[in-house]
Structures are given as structure tokens and as C-alpha cells.
Design a protein around this ligand. Structure first.
Ligand SMILES: Nc1nc2c(c(=O)[nH]1)N[C@H]1C(S)=C(S)[C@@H](COP(=O)(O)OP(=O)(O)OC[C@H]3O[C@@H](n4cnc5c(=O)[nH]c(N)nc54)[C@H](O)[C@@H]3O)O[C@H]1N2
Ligand SMILES: Nc1nc2c(c(=O)[nH]1)N[C@H]1C(S)=C(S)[C@@H](COP(=O)(O)OP(=O)(O)OC[C@H]3O[C@@H](n4cnc5c(=O)[nH]c(N)nc54)[C@H](O)[C@@H]3O)O[C@H]1N2
Ligand code: SF4
Ligand SMILES: [Mo]
Length: 732
């Protein structure tokens, strides 16, 4: 929709405001207004009327127009001219780029078969036609290896589905009605900024207590009423301990449990193994605090739990989330508006992922390779027949965001690997490409944004022309389809037609909402009840096989399975694997407790949470965002620093057998003793070489195949003479 701005009347220039929505992998999915002056994007503001956005964008999206006009933006297809990894490219035409792709892929397919090609995508863009799944139909049609995408939320979503089914759960806006709120493993004031005011409102209006469970005294924890530091990867023990205490103190809602849950007796028996004293030993949380938390949580109804993604980032993360997701049913919190728990409400959106992804095009027997295994897959550590000969990366930056950074880079250096990367900039991954392709940004493209943080659907409309020869992912895959000779109707549709076809507009959640109405309003709340009256599980109604909250999961009987994030993945069932029917504490792969031998060499745990001023690795190449975020730093507790002769500001090296990175030390007790913290997202050329994921283990958590970014041991040492020991940068 184009509004009529008053300013346009006097100047005679064409001034317009176009409705859009933030493209990012962020729970807030803000409604935006693109301000355009004579074809140039001059401002991007938050929509003041949107109940979540309320007129404000975050620090990352401040200066969003400049992101579109950043001088190092990719505008044309480019071909590598220097050695792999050196980042030297020259401009070519789209025709040349597509012809080269056709030639290389045709040769690879003839010699090795199409499974020698692998796509790699994640949530660089979150839209329906440009996001996570935008290339799936193309690659399924090509018969490439299927890429399993479990960077984020797959552990949480698997646990969630096993326990309460595909429900949207508690609405963040309903939390304004809560009386007790646990923010568990989430740094909301950085990562869910527009959700936080609902918690503050609950505190102001209802005297709600806000509790934060986090190994770090984050900016969120500092604003809470109670910060409970916990050793990373031990949330399962705390949740089992809470279950134990709720039962032991006689605080269960027996009526709710009887009517609407399955497996209480077995859960109680399991939880009996977790008295507070044992949980204290595992988690580092005093036993009395565990008792108090259990009592307060059970009795101060409505009680809410906001679950963060960080809980899943350890070996037992999925099991921990099953235990946490069991808590509201145990105390009857779901009875109330503002009670229950929130993982992500994405499951309420009637997006037709099978129409988008076309899983029926996957040739029978096609192998699945998990994206987090990229390093292993490229270096031959994982035995693959045929080996991978080509990688197509879009919407993702695996060198920065994936585990085992050194291994991934070693794989990308392979001369016989044909790598294509579509992106906005020459990222740490694009640096290794043979071809790079330029992608559009949000003000230049059409898309529908669903979200994992609230219950509004939004339409992003293009406001300006794409610069140079940038194309949206939707068009990229249309071009590739034509290049590879695909003639299916799928590729004939315009972006608008795709968006119309990819939603179930007759679904109850979309009652009264049409594509055309979204053109006018920009966004609309799904028809799932209003925040002040919505209590979806007041009377059970869990979308599980039993219709109840399943403490004992019936899905576990099918063996290990991955609930597809956004229902877009194909490795859904991996029969045969044993899955515990009940939640439990599963110790981390790496911690002083669970791997004492390794801890002799590498005694410190590390967490690598989200940067405040970057969105994963995006914006980390912008000077104004770097000013806010600072460089890649290493937070360490004063006692641990003392032991190592480290003073504030010293350059330190963080290392384990997988690699090392370095940065100045921040000596501060905001991190627990025994823990270091370094934010993910920095670019290698801005940090001193490698970045935090160089130390990350490339294994998966037990449920959902998620990554284990919080499950790593390291040692930290002062760098004696920085000039003598620069960090290696592959290819440079
Ligand atoms: N500013 C900003 N916002 C973002 C993003 C960003 O990059 N920057 N990324 C977006 C994305 S993709 C996501 S998934 C979300 C994630 O947002 P969050 O869910 O907030 O996740 P993280 O920032 O990874 O970690 C949150 C907190 O968990 C703590 N933590 C780490 N390990 C553990 C653990 O084992 N147990 C417990 N209890 N706590 C632990 C960390 O110290 C950190 O403070 O944020 C989104 N929003
Ligand atoms: N150590 C550690 N590692 C982590 C995490 C952590 O907390 N700690 N978090 C994990 C999580 S939760 C996530 S979600 C992942 C995120 O991993 P990624 O999704 O890989 O993260 P981004 O940095 O957002 O990279 C996306 C890339 O897509 C590009 N892009 C954006 N829009 C478009 C588009 O429209 N078209 C194309 N072709 N490209 C586009 C961006 O420029 C960027 O380079 O990282 C994971 N890695
Ligand atoms: S990144 Fe998140 S908070 Fe920032 S503008 Fe986008 S949706 Fe809003
Ligand atoms: Mo994420």
C-alpha cells in the first residue's frame, strides 16, 4: 500500500511510504515502513500501529537504508580469479554465471550423479518465498543430496512436539497477564526486544516476578527480579529437580494432571532421582533456591515460561526442553490467560510447506546430509559415495555460524569442489566461492513474513528497484530451473502467485485475511484468539496423538525423529534409534562433570550467544554496528583470569583440539566461574582471524539433531606476544 505522505505535496518529488516487514530470523518480525524519495530509500521506521513493533526497530535495523546502499554490497555475479579463499573476484554476466553452473553441474551429474551436489541454506531471510525453503523445490527436482537444516530450534521443536504437539503455545502478548515469569536461557532484551515490554507490563500491573536462568548475568538478567546462574547444558537437571519439588511439596494441580496429561506416575518416579541437593551438584544452583523457585512457580499463577533457543545447544538440550515444557501442565498454568510456556508460535501459521518444497520430487533413496556436518562431509571425514563435488550456499554463512570452523574451511579449500554462494556481501563463506551471485534486500522484494515470535502475518512489499543485477531468491531459483531445463509449471509463477498458492487462505487462522487485504494493512493478527482472552490449553486440547500433554511421549515409540523446523525438512523419521519416552537430564558431551579427563586439558566451558548489535553474522561488516558491538572479546571470571595471569584488556587465546581464536579479555563476574563467553557473528577479517565457532564441536544434541554450541570445553591463555602469533586465516 502506498500512503500519501504530506511532505510529497510541496516538493513535487515522488515521496511514498510502502509497508514492509523485517526479513530477519528474529522472533519480533517487526512491521516496517519504507520511506522512499524519488526511488531512493531514505528511511525505514517501525510501524507505530503494530502491537508488537510499536514504532521502534532495534539497533541492528537502525540505518537499514544504509545497509541497502553499503559500498561493498554485491551487485553483479562474480567469478573467482585468485586462489580459493582469497576473495578475489571479477564481474561476469548472469548468462556467463548460469552457463558455468550448467556446465559444471552437468559434468558432475554425468560422472558422480546429482547427489554429489548439496545445497546449504538457513534463515538469512525468513520469508515464505525467499527464506529457509526457497531453494528446496529446485534442489529436490535436481535430485541433489537433501540438506537437513537444524541450526536452530530443531531440538526445541522436537521436544515441543513430543510433549504438547504443534501448538503455538503461550502468546508473548498474553504474558502481560502473567504473575510469574521465567525467562529460561534467553537474552530477551537483545534477542526479543519487542517481547520484553509485555513482561515489564506484567511486573507493573500484576506485581509479576521476572526470573532469568542463564549462566551469564546478561543485560536481561540485570533487569530481572532474580537471576539464577546455571552451568551450561544442565537445564534438564534443574527442570527435573523442579518437577521433583513440585510433587514433593504437594503443589501439583491434580485435577489438570488427571484430565489433561499422560504419564504422570512415570514422570514422578523419574523425577524422584533429582532431589535438590543432587541438582545443586549438577547445576551449581543452591538447593534452597531450587525449592523456592519450585514453590513460587507453582503457586503464583498464572505463571509463564519464555524458553530460549540456548537450552537446546547441548547434548541433552532436547530432553531438558521436554522437562521444561511439562511444567505448566503439572501446575495447571495452562488454565489461565498468561499461563503456560512459549517456544515458537510458528505452528499456527497455515503455510503450505509441501507446496513450497515439493518433497515428492525427491528421488527415492536420496541421502540426507545435515548442514552442521558440512566440514566432515567436505573433508571426507564422513564417508560419502558419491563425494560432494559442488556446494550451493544461500541464506547462510556456515564458516561463521556452523561448528568446526577450521574443518569447514579446509573443505571449502578443495580445488575440486565447485562452490556457488548467493549473498549480499563477500562473507566469510562467500570468500571461498568459485561464483558469487548478488541477492536483493528487503526493500527490493515481495514476500510474506511468518514469524516465530508472535501471531501476526505480514506482507513485505517492494519499495525500490534492486540495484545492479541483484535478484530475489525466488527469481534465482527460477533462473536456475530454466538453466537446468526444468519445464514444470512451478517455475512459471510470479512471486505474488507463489505467495497466493503457498498459503491455505481458507484456514480458520486466516479467516477474514486475504492477500489483497494484506496489501492494504501490511499485517494482520491470526484468528487464534485475542491476547487478553487466549488460553488455548485451559481444557487440554493438545495437538498430540493422545490430545493430552504427554509427559510420556507416544512419538518416542517411533524412534529418533526430527520435527521439521517450519515443517520443511525431510529426515523426519529415522526409525530404529532409541528415544527415551520420558524427559530426563542428559549430561553434556563436554563439561568438567561429564568429561573430567578432557577437562584436565580444557577446564572451562564456553557459551557463544547472540551479539546485541548483529543479527547472527549480518551487520557485522558495518562500521556503525561494530562500534556498538565491539570486537570479538572473551569474557572471563576474575578468579579464572587470576589463575591464568590475565588482566582486563590482555589479548587472550581460546583453544581446544578443534582450533583457536583470540580477542581481548573482559574480566568480569557476569560470567560464572568456570565459564567463558564470546559472542558469535564477528567476521574473520574484523576479528583477528578465526572466530568463536572454531572451537565448536560438530556433534548433535540427542533430539532434533541441533547443534551443541553451549557444550564445549576450552582453555584460555594470555598471548605472550601478539605480533608473533597471528591467527591463521585460510586462503589469505
Ligand atoms: N541481537 C540479536 N538478536 C537475535 C539474534 C542475533 O544474532 N542478534 N539472533 C536471532 C536468532 S537466530 C535466535 S535463535 C534468537 C536466540 O536468542 P536467545 O534464545 O536469546 O539465544 P542466545 O542468544 O543464543 O542465548 C541466550 C542466553 O542463553 C544463555 N545460555 C547459553 N547456554 C545456555 C544453557 O545451556 N542454559 C541456559 N539456561 N542458558 C544458556 C546465554 O548466556 C545467553 O545469555 O535470537 C534472535 N535474535
Ligand atoms: N557459536 C554459535 N553458533 C551459532 C549460534 C550461536 O548461538 N552460537 N546460533 C545458531 C543459530 S540459532 C542460527 S539461526 C544460525 C544462523 O546461521 P545463518 O542463517 O547462516 O546466519 P546469518 O549470519 O544470518 O547468515 C545468513 C546469510 O544469508 C545472507 N542473506 C540474507 N538475506 C538473503 C537473501 O535474501 N538471499 C540470499 N541469497 N542471502 C541472504 C546474509 O547476508 C548472511 O550472509 O547460526 C547458528 N550458529
Ligand atoms: S531484527 Fe528483530 S527486533 Fe530488529 S527490526 Fe528486525 S524483527 Fe525487529
Ligand atoms: Mo536461530
Amino acid at each position: 500500500m502506498t500512503l500519501a505522505p504530506e511532505a510529497g505535496i510541496t516538493t513535487g518529488r515522488e515521496l511514498k511510504i510502502v509497508r514492509g516487514a523485517c526479513p530477519h530470523d528474529c522472533p519480533d518480525t517487526c512491521a516496517m515502513l519504507f520511506h522512499v524519495d524519488d526511488g531512493r530509500l531514505v528511511d525505514v521506521t517501525g510501524d507505530p500501529d503494530h502491537p508488537m513493533t510499536r514504532g521502534g526497530l532495534c539497533v541492528k535495523l537502525k540505518n537499514f537504508p544504509e545497509h541497502h546502499y553499503q559500498s561493498d554490497r554485491l551487485m553483479y555475479p562474480m567469478r573467482r580469479v585468485g586462489p580459493k579463499g582469497a576473495g578475489e573476484f571479477v564481474r561476469i554476466t548472469w548468462d556467463e554465471a548460469l552457463a558455468e553452473i550448467r556446465q559444471r553441474w552437468t559434468d558432475i551429474i554425468a560422472e558422480h550423479g546429482s547427489q554429489a551436489i548439496m545445497p546449504h541454506a538457513y534463515l538469512g531471510h525468513q520469508g515464505v518465498i525467499n527464506g529457509l525453503t526457497s531453494g528446496d523445490a529446485f534442489f529436490n527436482r535436481l535430485g541433489s543430496s537433501v540438506a537437513e537444516k537444524t541450526y536452530c530450534e530443531s531440538g526445541s521443536s522436537t521436544a515441543w512436539h513430543m510433549t504438547v504437539g504443534g501448538t503455538g503455545g503461550l502468546d508473548i502478548e498474553s504474558m502481560a497477564h502473567s504473575k510469574y515469569i521465567i525467562v529460561w536461557g534467553m537474552n530477551m532484551t537483545s534477542t526479543n526486544l519487542h517481547g520484553w515490554p509485555f513482561l515489564l507490563k506484567a511486573r507493573k500491573d500484576n506485581g509479576a516476578k521476572i526470573v532469568v536462568i542463564d549462566p551469564v548475568r546478561t543485560r536481561t538478567a540485570r533487569q530481572a527480579d532474580w537471576h539464577i546462574p546455571i552451568r551450561p547444558g544442565t537445564d534438564g537437571a534443574l527442570a527435573m529437580g523442579l518437577i521433583h519439588e513440585i510433587i514433593a511439596q504437594g503443589l501439583t494441580d491434580t485435577d489438570y494432571v488427571e484430565k489433561y496429561t499422560v504419564g504422570f506416575d512415570e514422570l514422578a518416579e523419574r523425577a524422584a532421582n533429582y532431589p535438590p541437593e543432587r541438582v545443586e551438584e549438577i547445576t551449581g544452583i543452591p538447593a534452597d533456591d531450587i525449592r523456592t523457585l519450585a514453590r513460587e512457580y507453582a503457586t503464583a499463577q498464572p505463571a509463564a515460561i519464555r524458553q530460549g533457543v540456548a537450552i537446546e545447544r547441548s547434548r541433552g538440550g532436547g530432553q531438558a526442553i521436554r522437562a521444561i515444557t511439562s511444567l505448566p501442565a503439572l501446575v495447571g498454568a495452562w488454565r489461565h490467560v498468561g499461563g503456560g510456556t512459549m517456544e515458537m508460535p510458528i505452528w499456527e501459521f497455515p503455510t503450505l510447506f509441501d507446496k513450497i518444497c515439493m518433497p515428492e520430487w525427491i528421488p527415492e533413496g536420496t541421502r540426507v546430509i545435515n548442514e552442521l556436518d558440512l566440514g566432515m562431509a567436505l573433508t571426507g571425514e564422513m564417508e560419502l559415495d558419491p563425494p560432494l563435488k559442488s556446494l550451493f550456499v544461500y541464506n547462510s554463512n556456515p564458516v561463521s555460524q556452523g561448528p568446526a570452523q577450521a574443518k569447514t574451511m579446509a573443505g571449502l579449500l578443495r580445488e575440486d569442489l565447485f562452490t556457488v554462494v548467493s549473498d549480499h556481501f563477500i562473507t566469510d563463506t562467500a570468500r571461498f566461492a568459485d561464483l558469487v551471485l548478488p541477492a536483493t534486500m528487503q526493500a527490493e522484494q515481495l514476500d510474506i513474513m511468518v514469524t516465530w515470535g508472535h501471531l501476526y502475518i505480514s506482507l513485505n512489499q517492494p519499495a525500490i528497484e534492486p540495484p545492479g543485477e541483484c535478484v530475489p531468491n525466488s527469481e534465482l531459483f527460477r533462473r536456475l530451473a530454466r538453466t537446468m531445463g526444468f519445464t514444470d509449471d512451478y517455475w512459471d509463477r510470479t512471486d505474488e502467485q507463489m505467495l497466493r498458492d503457498f498459503h491455505d487462505w481458507d484456514a480458520p487462522a486466516l479467516a477474514g485475511i486475504t492477500f489483497d487485504s494484506l496489501k492494504e494493512t501490511g499485517y494482520a493478527r491470526l484468528n487464534v484468539g485475542l491476547p487478553h482472552e487466549r488460553a488455548p490449553h485451559a481444557e487440554g486440547n493438545f495437538p498430540t496423538p493422545s490430545g493430552k500433554c504427554e509427559f510420556r511421549s507416544s512419538l518416542a515409540e517411533g524412534g529418533n525423529f526430527v520435527v521439521p523446523v517450519w515443517r520443511s525438512m525431510y529426515a523426519e523419521m529415522q526409525p530404529g534409534g532409541y528415544v527415551d519416552p520420558l524427559p530426563d537430564y542428559v549430561p553434556p558431551f563436554e563439561s568438567p562433570d561429564s568429561s573430567p579427563e578432557l577437562a584436565e586439558k580444557y577446564p572451562l566451558n564456553i557459551v557463544s550467544p547472540k551479539p546485541h548489535a548483529f543479527l547472527n553474522s549480518q551487520y557485522a561488516n558495518a562500521a556503525d554496528k561494530q562500534d556498538v558491538q565491539g570486537e570479538q572479546r572473551v569474557w572471563i571470571h576474575p578468579a579464572d583470569a587470576d589463575e591464568r595471569g590475565i588482566a582486563a584488556g590482555d589479548l587472550v587465546r581460546v583453544f581446544n583440539d578443534r582450533g583457536s581464536f583470540s580477542g581481548p579479555a573482559v574480566v568480569d563476574d557476569i560470567v560464572m566461574q568456570g565459564l567463558v563467553m564470546a559472542n558469535v557473528g564477528h567476521w574473520q577479517n574484523k576479528a583477528s582471524g578465526s572466530t568463536v565457532n572454531t572451537i565448536t564441536l560438530d556433534r548433535h544434541n540427542q533430539l532434533g539433531n541441533a547443534g551443541v554450541y553451549s557444550d564445549n570445553l576450552v582453555e584460555v591463555a594470555k598471548v605472550p606476544d601478539p605480533a608473533l602469533t597471528p591467527e591463521p586465516v585460510a586462503g589469505a
